[in-house]
Design a protein around this ligand. Structure first.
Ligand SMILES: [Zn+2]
Length: 234
């Protein structure tokens, strides 16, 4: 194996490891939380609150109307029991009863409207709960797949790291140092470029015949004069 070929093989492993690490990071993010699930959870909580609020409002209107009914019954009993002789007092009582009954009528309208609202909120609440249950099932299912993928990736990485270690033992330390320095400078992590049709496959720079020869035989490392990568010709 030539010096460039060893580094090329090292790079194949490193790029594979890079991909695996990126994917592992992605999986961690996906497992940590799901914005769609959070959104559905918030909606369900809001529907919950709205329903509880409207129901308790309805309950207090019902209590108020019950109290009114009792008051009306008491006053009517007084009015018709024939104990009140004073016409002024009778008129006042009659007026008060009218006012209580008007209030009772208004309460009925309010309660009817609120009942319709509660009905609607109950339907919303049910829909949100079902959506949340579905979203939670989906997330749990996805998580199982993601965890399995994670384990597979980690096992593959272990094998690749072992291969890398074995390969590195056969590469001169200064070659590894050069390779690592170039790789660190390149955003795509590619330090070794194949020569394709006489040019560097990474930047397209045409290589001199001497460089192509060097990249072939691999006695010395050939460096692309444009991008500075190590050239390798198969
Ligand atoms: Zn180049």
């Amino acid at each position: 194996m030539s010096r460039a070929e060893s580094l090329y093989r090292l790079q194949l492993l490193d790029l594979e490891l890079d991909r695996a690490r990126r994917r592992l990071h992605e999986i961690e993010t996906l497992l940590a939380g799901n914005p769609a699930l959070d959104h559905t959870r918030n909606e369900a909580a809001q529907a919950d609150r709205a329903l509880r609020l409207a129901s308790s409002e309805l309950k207090s209107l019902e209590l108020e109307s019950q109290a009114l009914d009792e008051k009306i019954a008491t006053e009517e009993q007084r009015l018709y029991a024939g104990q009140i002789r004073n016409p002024k007092e009778m008129l006042d009582l009659q007026q008060e009863l009218d006012s209580l009954k008007r209030r009772r009528g208004a309460l009925d309208d309010q309660m009817l409207a609120l009942m319709e609202q509660v009905e609607q909120l109950r339907a919303d609440h049910l829909r949100c709960r079902q959506a949340l249950a579905q979203a939670e099932r989906n997330f749990a299912e996805d998580s199982v797949h993601l965890r399995a993928e994670c384990e597979k990736l980690q096992a593959a990485m272990e094998g690749e790291l072992e291969q890398r270690e074995a390969l590195c033992r056969s590469i001169p330390a200064q070659d590894i140092a050069l390779y690592s320095a170039i790789r660190a400078k390149k955003p795509n992590g590619v330090a070794v470029a194949l020569i394709k049709a006489g040019a560097c496959s990474q930047c397209g720079e045409v290589a001199s015949s001497q460089l192509v020869q060097q990249a072939h035989t691999g006695v010395a490392l050939a460096i692309c004069s444009n991008c500075g990568r190590i050239l390798y010709a198969r």
